[in-house]
Design a binder for this molecule. Structure first.
Ligand code: PAF
Length: 280
């Protein structure tokens, strides 16, 4: 596996892969890799001969009071995992490489970037869209893979690709969960044993709510009860529990079409998100 730290070397390495007739897949990550990331790499291998995984903790998607400095950084272990799972190129740029002094351009996505998580994390999706677009331009992949755990992020990336005519095919991959249902996340390693038990209740609460919606219960009641249950389980603040159209992410009541139930809540200083498909 090649470990590359500059965009020029990345372009060169990808050019060589292409000369060999290989299709290129990009798996963007912020490192602290877990089974969810590995599932993206494995899926990428089914679609392309050459997999590039990037590791970059992107400062522009963290708010001033968020955990940028505390975000787990486990580069050595991450490199070992990427190599073991057959990644061809690990792209690990520095902040200066990605945002040279004087960088002032950001992508802004209207409306949807200010809803759901965006309503509580101003500027977050502008930061995500900007870094992902930069990675697309640097790597020019045929396909790029993102997990459905960040369902709104996946939606926004598809929107950016469509709006800016970026020639990359976006593939979404299902959420990978622990045995108890907790959605895998790099930040989970910071949960205490007690917090882990509370965290699991998010999946249980969403699963029950999804069942009730499928049984035809009024969505306003179901969502309100789900919020109360999360607080009762030990979450200290619930940002939202919402039902949205699975394709357009617009708000829906009593899901007639495929819908997505999405939630975000705080456990101590940690913000957990999760979502589930609701099929009627
Ligand atoms: O989902 C993530 O890990 C990040 O938001 C991403 C897509 C790598 C952009 O920094």
């Amino acid at each position: 596996m090649q470990i590359i730290r500059t965009k020029n070397e990345l372009k060169e390495a990808i050019r060589s892969e292409r000369k060999l007739g290989k299709k290129v897949a990009l798996v963007p990550t912020m490192g602290a890799l877990h089974q969810g990331h590995i599932s993206l790499v494995n899926l990428a291998k089914q679609h392309a001969e050459s997999v590039v995984a990037s590791i970059f903790v992107n400062p522009t998607q963290f708010g001033p009071n968020e955990d940028f400095s505390k975000y787990p950084r486990t580069e050595k272990e991450d490199i070992g995992k990427l190599e073991a799972f057959g990644v061809a190129i690990a792209y690990i740029p520095t902040i200066e490489e990605m945002y040279p002094e004087g960088s002032i351009t950001q992508i802004h996505i209207d409306k949807i970037s200010e809803e759901l998580c965006g309503a509580f994390r101003p500027g977050h999706f502008n930061g995500v869209a900007t870094i992902v677009t930069k990675l697309f331009i640097q790597a020019l992949p045929d396909i790029a893979l993102f997990g459905e755990k960040d369902y709104q992020q996946l939606y926004i990336i598809r929107q950016v690709v469509r709006d800016l005519d970026i020639p990359v095919n976006i593939i979404g991959a299902p959420i990978i969960r622990e045995k108890d249902g907790l959605a895998m996340s790099s930040r989970n390693r910071y949960l205490s044993e007690q917090e882990q038990k509370v965290a699991v209740s998010m999946y249980k609460t969403l699963s029950n709510a999804a069942k009730e919606l499928q049984q035809g219960k009024e969505s306003d009641d179901v969502l309100l009860t789900a919020k109360e249950l999360l607080l009762h389980a030990g979450f200290i603040k619930v940002d939202y529990v919402e039902l949205r159209d699975a394709t357009t992410l617009s708000p829906v009541k009593n899901a007639m079409k495929p819908a997505r139930l999405l939630a975000a809540a705080y456990l101590g200083t940690m913000r957990l998100i999760d979502n589930l498909e609701v099929t009627i």
